[in-house]
Design a protein around this ligand. Structure first.
Ligand code: SAH
Length: 450
């Protein structure tokens, strides 16, 4: 390792920037974030640089560089377009033992600026010895994606409990083991949600494994794994048990941590399906055993997902949980089928309703669903399709209103069948429509027909 990463405390310390253009501006903004006092020297200082520094009461010198600016500085950055000046700055600083960075010239540097992932107070730096800045940025983005934004709160929490932890666990080894166990416990999630006091129950428990686990109620989206949220992916890596149902696609399950136990709790033809009560009980029991349980649901857990019932059971038993929204089928299917759910001229509102039939009939407030300029999305409606179309027309919706049936939306097997309230039932009967299917009714279905 040729470059040793160190985190530099620049608060109130003097830094010299040689150069006053755009590149200097970017470095100055970064240095300002660390609280440095900056002196800029350049024959021409651009307006943006001048403005930034004046706002922050720093020193500006419209002059050419000379070594007289160096004494007392703890860091020097050169960013001029004059190679001779850059070389002189590098040579003088090295002679005086001052760390120096020359932008885009690794051979003139004794220090380089890493790419930074800033979750203050947690800061991660990525460097490639100045050789591959694009690769460095790529790695930075990768880390940005997997690192929760709120990890900063976890860092602050651990910092605030340091002394107490030292008192409770006097030897360094037991302290380290406890902190590691805490990171794997629900306490870490609680600290990230700003629930420090609840997190303490884990950090300071006599036996951390005896404290209850937690449940993540996570929306898995409509099928395409690329529609998972970052938060869903983070928790899919964290859980040790996963309960999922029919709507969660195999490609989504592929993203779950490899050593997690997967348990199917949906309906499967020929088998008795797990009842909602059984699922609620299972969630509670697994969490009480100390597991990190991921309850993965198609789409969004709070839209026709019975998420409310599951969290009621968890609240009753005082189990920590969190709910992560997912892209609901209506949003996913509409986007992938190119149908805007609302449209300035054609539809000013959209409703999501369940089209689940009972004894072949769908029982809804049909009058309210029959306004010409509203889009209505039916979930679970295929079995009741005939009844839906018939009722809408009977309650005043034009029989030529366009209808789309989207099956297996957002997956490679997505199919879109279009017709009208009058024709779609017949079309669907003649086509092998596969479930799950979503029905969209409204002028937006044909919004670009002109
Ligand atoms: N919580 C889910 C909905 C569960 S109800 C969500 O927010 O999306 C189940 C119904 O959702 C299915 O009957 C179907 O109407 C719809 N659905 C879910 N995924 C779908 C998909 N990929 N394509 C079409 N419809 C889908």
């Amino acid at each position: 390792m040729r470059y040793l990463p160190l985190h530099f405390d620049l608060q109130g310390r003097d830094v010299l920037v040689v150069g006053g253009g755009e590149i200097a501006r970017r470095k100055i903004e970064l240095l300002l974030r660390s609280g440095a006092h900056i002196t800029v020297v350049a024959p021409d200082i651009s307006d943006p640089v001048a403005t930034i520094l004046q706002e922050n009461i720093h020193s500006l010198h419209a002059a050419t560089y000379d070594p007289g600016f160096l004494p007392g500085k703890c860091l020097v950055v050169a960013s001029t377009d004059d190679a001779a000046v850059n070389e002189a700055v590098s040579r003088d600083a090295k002679r005086m033992g001052i760390p120096v960075n020359v932008v885009d010239s690794p051979e003139l540097c004794t220090v380089t600026f890493p790419a930074i992932i800033d979750r203050e107070p947690l800061v991660i730096s990525v460097g490639s010895a100045g050789l591959a800045p694009v690769l460095t940025r790529f790695v930075r983005e990768l880390i940005e994606r997997i690192l929760p934004e709120r990890i900063s709160m976890l860092a602050e929490y651990l910092g605030s409990r340091r002394r107490e932890l030292k008192n409770s666990f006097t030897d360094i080894e037991s302290r380290r083991r406890r902190t590691e166990a805490f990171m794997e416990s629900p306490g870490a999630e609680l600290a990230m949600s700003g629930e420090g006091e609840k997190a303490d129950a884990y950090l300071f428990a006599d036996d951390i494994s005896s404290v209850a686990g937690e449940v993540y109620l996570v929306g898995a989206g409509p099928g395409d794994p690329d529609l998972l949220t970052l938060r869903a992916l983070q928790l899919m890596q964290k859980a040790n048990i996963v309960l999922y149902d029919n709507l969660v696609s195999p490609r989504v399950l592929d993203r779950v941590r490899r050593d997690a136990t997967l348990e199917f709790v949906g309906k499967r033809s020929g088998y008795k399906s797990t009842s909602q009560e059984d699922i609620n009980d299972l969630l509670v029991r697994l969490a009480q055993e100390g597991n990190r349980v991921l309850r993965l649901k198609g789409g969004d857990p709070f839209i026709f997902g019975r998420g409310g019932e599951e969290i009621t059971a968890l609240i009753e038993k005082n189990i920590p949980f969190q709910v992560v929204p997912g892209i609901t089928a209506a949003s996913g299917c509409a986007a992938y089928a190119g149908i805007p759910l609302t449209h300035r001229e054609l539809s000013q509102s959209v409703r999501f309703v369940t089209g689940h039939p009972k004894n072949g009939q769908v029982d809804l407030a049909w009058k309210e669903l029959s306004h010409a300029n509203e889009t209505v999305v039916f979930y679970m409606g295929l079995g009741g399709l005939a009844s839906i179309c018939q009722q809408l027309v009977a309650h005043g919706r034009n029989s030529r209103t366009p209808v789309a049936i989207i099956s297996k939306g957002t997956t490679p097997e997505q199919r879109v069948l279009k017709g009208t309230l009058e024709t779609i039932t017949g079309l669907a009967a003649r086509t092998q429509v596969q479930t799950p299917t979503l029905i969209i009714v409204g002028e937006v279905v044909d919004f670009n027909r002109s």
